[in-house]
Design a protein around this ligand. Structure first.
Ligand SMILES: Cc1ncc(COP(=O)(O)O)c(C=O)c1O
Length: 398
C-alpha cells in the first residue's frame, strides 16, 4: 500500500482542478493580453478564477490579488517591496517577524538585515506560537511591517492573526501573513483580520505547483519585484501562467466552501488524531508544542531514540511518505530549526517526524500506517544504543 502523509510539502492535484486546467494548454491558448478572440476566451475564464480567489479569502472587490509563482515569490515581494517603499524611501527601518517562519521569510529577512534593516525575530512559547501582546511590545515608532505566519508548516500551530491585525491597525503598521498552510484548513478572512497582505501557494491546497498569489489591500503601495509589461494591472510583469491560475481558482473554490472546511475539521482531524494517539501509546513520544490550537491535518511528533531521518527511510520502505519538515538539511544533519526554537534538548530536535494528512487519506491507510510506524519504532529503538541511555525527562522537557 502507498500512503501519502506529506501534504504540508505538497498535495495531489484534485481531478476536478486538473480537468478545469486541461483546455488551457492546447485549446484555449490565447495570450490574455491579446486583443483578438483567442485572447478574450482566456480572459473570461481568468476573471472567474480570480472571483473564486477573492471569495476564498473574503477579499473586497477593490483589493488586489496578484498571481505569482508561489508563496516564496509572494513573501519575497512583500518584504522587499516594503523595504523599498517604507525603509529606503521612507522614515522606517524595522520589521517584526517570528523565529519559526518558513525560510522564504527568514532568509529574505536575513538578506534585508545585510542591507541595514533591523529585524526582530519573536521566539515562540512552549505551545509553539506567540501571544498577540508580544507583538504590541515589540512594535516601535519606526516599524514598517509585521509579518507573522497564519499556521506553521512543521507543527500546524496557529498564530493569533485576528488579534495581531487589530494591534497593527491601532499602531498603524502594515501587516502581512504567510497563509500558505492555512488556506483550505481553516477559514481565512483578510478583511476581518485587518490584513494588508497575505501569501499563498496553490499546490498546498490541491492546485498545481509553481503558482500562487499575493493579496494586497486596496490602496496599499507595493513596488513590483518584476518590471516589464503591464500585466496584472502593472503590479507584476510577465505573462501569467493561465492554466495554473485557472487551476488555483478551482482549487480555492473546492477547499474553501463551508462543506469542505467542515470536512477538514471533522474527517481529516479524526484521521490525524487516530494516527497521533496510536503513536502516543508508545513510550517516550511527544507532540511538539502540544495538541491544542493546530491545523486539523498536522502532527509533529518526537520519538525518543529514533533519528527522524532513519524513521523516514524505514517508512519509505513500506510505501509511507512523511517528513522531518525542514528538519535535517540532509547534508549537514542540522537539527530542525522549529524544534530548536521551542528550546528542545538536542536529541529531541533530531527525532521529530511530521505527518500531514489530506482529504484523500482513508481510515484503511491510517490503520496501515499505524502498524508500520509502530513496527519501525520498535525496530529502530532496538538498534539505537543511545535510547537505552535516554533521560527519563523526555516528556517534561516540553
Ligand atoms: C508556510 C510556507 N510558506 C511558504 C512556502 C513556500 O511555498 P512555495 O515553495 O510554493 O513557494 C511554504 C512551502 O512549504 C510554506 O509551508
Amino acid at each position: 500500500m502507498k500512503v501519502y502523509l506529506d501534504n504540508n510539502a505538497t498535495t495531489k492535484v484534485d481531478e476536478s482542478v486538473f480537468e478545469a486546467m486541461k483546455p488551457f494548454f492546447c485549446e484555449i491558448y490565447g495570450n490574455p493580453n491579446s486583443l483578438h478572440d483567442f485572447g478574450a476566451g482566456t480572459h473570461k475564464k481568468m476573471a472567474q478564477a480570480l472571483d473564486y480567489l477573492y471569495d476564498g479569502i473574503r477579499a473586497n472587490d477593490e483589493d488586489d490579488i496578484v498571481i505569482t509563482s508561489g508563496a516564496t515569490e509572494s513573501n519575497n515581494w512583500v518584504l522587499k517591496g516594503v523595504w523599498i517603499d517604507e525603509i529606503m524611501h521612507g522614515e522606517k527601518k524595522h520589521i517584526v517577524t517570528t523565529e519559526v517562519e518558513h525560510p522564504a521569510i527568514t532568509a529574505t529577512c536575513k538578506f534585508l538585515e545585510q542591507q541595514g534593516v533591523e529585524v526582530t525575530y519573536l521566539p515562540v512559547n512552549e505551545q509553539g506560537t506567540i501571544e498577540a501582546h508580544t507583538v504590541r511590545d515589540f512594535i516601535r515608532d519606526d516599524t514598517a511591517l509585521v509579518s507573522i505566519m497564519w499556521a506553521n508548516n512543521e507543527t500546524g500551530k496557529l498564530f493569533p492573526i485576528e488579534e495581531i491585525g487589530q494591534i497593527c491597525r491601532e499602531k498603524d503598521v502594515l501587516f502581512h501573513s504567510d497563509a500558505t498552510q492555512a488556506i483550505g484548513k481553516l477559514p481565512v478572512d483578510v478583511v476581518r483580520c485587518n490584513l494588508d497582505f497575505i501569501s499563498f501557494s496553490a499546490h498546498k491546497f490541491h492546485g498545481p505547483k509553481g503558482v500562487g498569489g499575493l493579496y494586497i489591500k486596496a490602496g496599499r503601495k507595493l513596488t513590483p519585484l518584476f518590471h516589464g509589461g503591464e500585466q496584472m494591472g502593472g503590479r507584476r510583469a510577465g505573462t501569467v501562467d493561465v492554466a495554473g491560475m485557472i487551476g488555483m481558482g478551482e482549487a480555492m473554490k473546492l477547499v474553501t466552501s463551508p462543506g469542505a472546511l467542515a470536512h477538514e475539521e471533522n474527517y481529516v482531524r479524526a484521521l490525524r488524531d487516530k494516527l497521533e494517539n496510536a503513536i502516543l501509546e508508545m513510550e517516550d513520544t511527544v507532540v511538539i508544542g502540544g495538541t491544542e490550537n493546530r491545523t486539523p491535518n498536522t502532527t509533529l511528533i518526537s520519538i525518543r531514540g529514533v533519528e527522524g531521518e532513519a524513521m523516514l527511510w524505514d517508512l519509505n520502505q513500506n510505501g509511507i511518505g512523511a517528513s522531518t519538515g525542514s528538519a535535517c538539511a540532509s547534508e549537514d544533519l542540522e537539527a530542525n530549526p522549529v524544534m530548536n526554537a521551542f528550546g528542545s534538548d538536542s536529541e529531541l530536535a533530531h527525532t521529530g517526524v511530521r505527518f500531514s494528512l489530506s482529504r484523500y487519506n482513508t481510515m484503511e491507510e491510517i490503520e496501515y500506517a499505524i502498524e508500520k510506524i509502530k513496527g519501525a519504532i520498535k525496530r529502530l529503538r532496538g538498534i539505537s544504543s543511545s535510547y537505552a541511555y535516554a533521560p527519563e525527562s523526555h516528556k517534561s522537557g516540553l
